[in-house]
Ligand binder design. Structure first.
Ligand code: DMJ
Length: 643
């Protein structure tokens, strides 16, 4: 095309008429918008996308109060200078990711402490959603899938096989065991009283400096220790404390927060804690709070595959992937640890949307090809493909497997899909990950694209209990084998405790470099009041009644008392191999929710929260088995009576 100079039109702008210039600019801006928009449809792994989007959409947040499924592993890295786990399978990728991490603002002292405790960091790789979009999602959540009948607490109670608290609140007849149980109750009261005195309403207690810790893992929600403690206080009969906690939920739990939260952590602690408080007590306030919170989590599922992203702004509904997670991926242990709670959200709300969301996760996982039958830890919520081949039964993977078998058990053994997935996964784990050390210890190694890392995290020690509770429903010829495997793993985890000076176990222990079941790296030597080893003792006790599990539990109580109890609460320690302990100044909320609850149950009779009726979520919050047929029968009976 030739552009002619026209009278009255300046020479600039290539001699175009004003209207032509306007059209040209319009076309140009349309083109730019189109190109930029197209970036969002590229797979997450495309470099161009990462270059353009990671910087612009990044919202660096350092999170954590200490739990997390293992993102903890990534966050301790700035200290130990190792490559973050889960980012190292592709060498080139490692350096990109490390650069990504260094782009974050420098961390405060508090954030560094959180890293030590194992918090998560996040960075956005994804398109933020508009407020309007999120709001409309929420609006539809209330309507879609809702049925007219309402949940009846009386019917639910009628469908339990046994009273939740047993004949006498699980009081053991043996006086020595009873004494031990009382000791655990005293520990709970001590931990609680100090939290109440110095950190009331904050998320966790800093027992050395005697103040509260908020962290940024819960999106501005407060009172994590309160929500996590409700059921523990209740089953221990600490009623005054329980009532204080309930009152706080009633009057002060504000769900209208507007911060970035870990979907996983909010789900396992807040949703799980409120659900079990409701099921145990029937108090409506817990139900209404949990339903309100459940709705706020739904926008995280608004991805091309329906696999939720790891981080969500509870106010706007905008969601992100963790910055440290490979190429904007979602984490197996995070999106795979929603099922139990979401099924119960549907039960209570009578809205099928929650179940649909988690069922869809399963569908995606079932469709995708699994290397050697294994489930890698990172999945793209955009393409639905694995992002890298790191498999772990510890952090990043752990509770995904736990929720498969527990979904089956919680469905009154009707969820055959979950059963199939669990035993399939277990077979692959046995074939590829389970190892025997030269000294005869059975352990779960980690798998990186076919290469074994002979390391087992403290987190992976939950698997003794998991394999134990699933033993009975395995193929008949495998049942004894599974029970033996569960006992062997629990034994190995106990060894990781007995081989330390403090008799508490390290964050991770190895089976190479000469040692067995000991941490060989300085950065793996800490203990942050984690429950997993004690959790396995509790299940193995219930399954076998072998007294050694109670003895092992008592060893842990003594060690906790000696090394973790400080003047104003319980604290994690930085090195389990030295008797001159250094405290990390953090009383994790999971210490009250899990560690002390599992110890209490270990020294109680089996009729306190019987396993026939209750399944513990990954934060040890008991959720009832859903007996669909019983509930329906009761509903029909009611209708007949009222006619
Ligand atoms: C808890 O929050 C849960 O058990 C989670 O599944 C893993 N990490 C902590 C305890 O270690």
């Amino acid at each position: 095309m030739v552009f002619r100079k026209l009278p009255g039109v300046s020479a600039s702008g290539m001699g175009l008429r004003l209207s032509q210039k306007f059209m040209f600019l319009l076309f140009l801006s349309g083109l730019v918008t189109l190109c930029f928009g197209a970036l969002f449809f590229l797979p997450d792994s495309v470099r161009l996308k990462r270059i353009f989007l990671s910087k612009t959409e990044t919202q660096p947040v350092t999170v954590g109060s200490g739990s997390e499924n293992d993102a903890r592993e990534h966050l301790k890295k700035p200290r130990d200078q190792e490559h973050p786990r889960g980012m190292t399978s592709a060498k080139g990728e490692t350096s990109t990711k490390l650069k990504t991490l260094t782009r974050k603002p420098s961390v405060s002292h508090e954030a560094t402490e959180e890293r030590l405790a194992g918090g998560k960091a996040q960075e956005d790789f994804t398109l933020p959603r508009s407020k309007a979009e999120s709001a409309s999602e929420r609006a539809t959540a209330s309507d879609r899938g809702a049925t007219s009948d309402t949940f009846s607490y009386a019917k639910f109670k009628g469908c339990l096989l046994k009273p939740p608290l047993g004949r006498d609140n699980g009081k053991p007849s043996d006086p020595r065991t009873d004494e031990r149980r009382e000791k655990v109750k005293e520990m709970m009261k001590f931990a609680w009283d100090n939290y109440k005195r110095y950190a009331w309403g904050k998320n966790e207690l800093r027992p050395v400096t005697r103040n509260g810790h908020i962290g940024n893992m819960f999106g501005g929600l407060r009172g994590a220790s309160i929500i996590d403690s409700l059921d523990t206080l209740y089953i221990m009969g600490l009623m005054e404390e329980y009532n204080d906690a309930k009152e706080w939920v009633q009057n002060s739990l504000d769900l209208n927060s507007n911060g970035e939260a870990s979907l996983f952590e909010v789900n396992i602690r807040y949703v799980g804690g409120l659900l079990s408080a409701y099921y145990l007590t029937g108090e409506e306030v817990f139900k209404s709070k949990v339903l309100e919170l459940g709705e706020k989590l739904l926008p995280a599922f608004n991805t091309p595959t329906g696999i939720p992203r790891g981080v969500i702004n509870l106010g706007s509904g905008t969601s992100w992937s963790w910055g440290w997670a490979s190429a904007g991926s979602s984490i197996l242990a995070e999106f795979g640890t929603l099922h139990l709670e979401f099924v119960h959200l549907t039960e209570l709300s009578r809205n099928s949307i929650y179940t649909e969301k988690v069922m869809n996760i399963r569908k995606v996982l079932n469709k995708i090809e699994k290397p050697h039958g294994l489930y890698p830890n990172f999945l793209s919520p955009v393409s639905g493909n694995w992002v890298q081949h790191h498999v772990s039964i510890g952090g990043l993977g752990d509770s995904f497997y736990e929720y498969l078998i527990k979904s089956y058990l919680m469905s009154d053994k009707t969820d055959d899909d979950a059963k199939k997935m669990y035993y399939g996964a277990l077979e692959a784990i046995e074939a590829n990950l389970v190892q025997k050390s030269p000294g005869g210890l059975t352990y779960m190694a980690e798998w990186r694209g076919g290469i074994l890392d002979h390391k087992m995290g403290h987190l992976a020690c939950f698997s003794g209990g998991m394999i134990g509770i699933g033993a009975d429903d395995g193929a008949p010829e495998k049942r004894q084998h599974y029970l033996d495997l569960a006992a062997e793993i629990t034994h190995t985890c106990h060894e990781s405790y007995t081989r330390s000076a403090t008799k508490l176990g390290p964050e991770a222990f190895r089976f190479d470099g000469g040692g067995e079941a000991t941490a060989t790296r300085l950065n793996d030597r800490y203990y942050i009041l984690r429950p997993e080893v004690i959790e396995s003792y509790m299940y193995m006790w219930r399954l076998t009644h072998d007294p050694k599990y109670r003895e092992w539990g008592w060893e842990a109580v003594e060690a906790l008392e000696q090394h973790c109890r400080v003047e104003s609460g319980f604290s994690g320690i930085r090195d389990v191999y030295t008797m001159t302990v250094s405290h990390d100044n953090m009383q994790q909320s999971f210490f009250l929710s899990e560690t002390l609850k599992y110890l209490y149950l270990l020294f109680s009779d089996d009729d306190l929260l019987p396993l026939e009726d209750w399944v513990f979520n990954t934060e040890a919050h008991p959720l009832p088995v859903v007996r669909k047929s019983c509930l329906q029968d009761k509903a029909t009976q009611d209708k007949t009576v009222s006619k």
